[in-house]
Design a protein around this ligand. Structure first.
Ligand code: SF4
Length: 336
C-alpha cells in the first residue's frame, strides 16, 4: 500500500492531466503524466484489459482504464494528483477508487466557470499540500519560460515551414505536461532536436494541411498514415495547450488561458485562430469512445467554417480499415 504524506524529495507523483506542473517541480517532486506513461507502455492494450478484468466496464473510456492499470504496474509512483474538476467525472471516480486501494490522491480543481480567484486558491492549496512556497513556484515558472518558448518555436517550425513533422510536434507538445519526468534531460533533447530540425529544408508546398481537434488520439499509427497520404498535421489542439502557448509572468493567468479544462467557447476561439493562422485545409475531430467531449462534435461543425472529419478511437490500436478509408477520402477531397 502506498501511503500519505510527507512526500520525499524526488518522489514520483502521477498526474491525470496537465495541472500546474510548476508547483510539483517547486516542491522537488517528479511529475509523471499517467496518460503518457500508459500510452508509451508496450503493454498498453493489455492494460485496458487488465482494468476490465478488475471490474472496470467495457463502456468506459480506455484512458481511465489504462491509467488505473499502469499505475498498479508502477508502485514507485507515490501519489496521484487528480483533476477532479476540469477533466471529467471518470477521473473523479478513478480518484475515489485509487484512494480505496491505498494510493494517496491529491485533488486539484480547475474552476468551472473559469474564475481567477478560485484558480489562485486551488494553486495555493496544491502548493501548501506539496510543500512548495510561493517564491519556489515563481522560480520554476521563470526557469520554464525559455523552455516553453522553445516549444512555441517548435510549433512554428511545424506550421510555418514544415521542418518539424506532425508526429514530432505531437510528441514534444504532449510530453510537456511532465517534461517526460526529467526536466533537464527533456530540455537538452529539445534543444538538440530544434538545432537539427532548423537545418532541414522547408517542406514542399502542396501538402494538405490538417489540424487535430479534441482529446489526444489513442490510435498508434495516425501520423505515418497521414504522411503517406500526403497530408501534414500542423496543429494539435490539446497538446499545444498542454505546452502553455501563451507567455505570461503570472502563473494564474497562464492556467486561466489554458483552454482544456474550461468551456467550449475558449476552445472555439483557439480553434478559429489556428484555422486562420495555420491556413488549415481541414480539421480532424478525434473523439474518444465513451467520452463526454463527443457531445461537442456538432457544435464544432456548426461554428467552424472548414471541412471537418470526425473519427473515433477506443483502445490503443492501429487504425481500422474503415477509419483509414475515411481519412483517405477526406485528404483526397482537400487535395489542392
Ligand atoms: S478522454 Fe474523455 S472520458 Fe476519457 S479521461 Fe479524457 S476527458 Fe475523461
Amino acid at each position: 500500500m502506498r501511503r500519505s504524506a510527507p512526500l520525499a524529495p524526488g518522489a514520483r507523483v502521477g498526474l491525470t492531466t496537465t495541472i500546474p506542473v510548476e508547483v510539483v517541480l517547486a516542491a522537488g517532486l517528479t511529475p509523471v503524466d499517467l496518460n503518457n506513461l500508459f500510452i508509451a507502455d508496450p503493454l498498453a492494450l493489455a492494460r485496458v484489459s487488465q482494468a476490465e478484468a478488475a471490474g472496470f466496464p467495457r463502456t468506459l473510456c480506455a484512458w481511465i482504464k489504462g491509467i488505473y492499470a499502469v499505475l498498479l504496474a508502477h508502485p514507485e509512483i507515490q501519489a496521484v494528483i487528480a483533476a477532479c474538476q476540469g477533466d471529467c467525472s471518470n477521473t473523479q471516480a478513478l480518484g475515489e477508487i485509487l484512494a480505496t486501494e491505498g494510493i494517496e490522491v491529491i485533488h486539484f480543481k480547475f474552476p468551472y466557470p473559469r474564475d481567477r480567484e478560485q484558480l489562485a486558491r486551488e494553486i495555493s492549496a496544491l502548493a501548501n499540500r506539496l510543500g512548495a512556497d510561493h517564491e519556489a513556484v515563481a522560480r520554476v515558472q521563470a526557469r520554464l519560460t525559455p523552455l516553453r518558448r522553445q516549444l512555441r518555436r517548435l510549433d512554428r517550425l511545424t506550421w510555418e515551414t514544415g521542418q518539424v513533422h506532425g508526429q514530432e510536434n505531437f510528441h514534444w507538445l504532449i510530453s510537456s505536461s511532465d517534461f517526460a519526468s526529467d526536466l533537464t534531460d527533456y530540455e537538452q533533447r529539445l534543444t538538440a532536436f530544434l538545432q537539427e530540425a532548423e537545418q532541414r529544408p522547408p517542406a514542399a508546398n502542396g501538402r494538405v494541411r490538417l489540424g487535430f481537434a479534441g482529446i489526444p488520439p489513442i490510435l498508434t499509427d495516425l501520423w505515418p498514415y497521414l504522411e503517406e497520404l500526403g497530408a501534414a498535421v500542423v496543429y494539435h489542439e490539446f497538446p499545444r495547450q498542454f505546452s502553455m502557448p501563451y507567455e505570461s509572468p503570472d502563473l494564474v493567468e497562464q492556467y486561466l488561458r489554458y483552454t482544456y479544462p474550461y468551456d467550449i467557447g475558449g476552445r472555439l476561439a483557439d480553434l478559429k485562430e489556428a484555422v486562420a493562422t495555420r491556413r488549415l485545409d481541414g480539421l480532424v475531430h478525434y473523439t474518444q469512445s465513451f467520452c463526454f467531449r463527443q457531445m461537442f462534435d456538432q457544435f464544432l461543425r456548426d461554428h467552424l467554417d472548414l471541412p471537418l472529419l470526425t473519427i473515433e478511437g477506443d483502445r490503443p490500436t492501429r487504425l481500422d480499415s474503415r477509419t483509414r478509408m475515411r481519412l483517405e477520402a477526406f485528404v483526397d477531397v482537400l487535395r489542392p
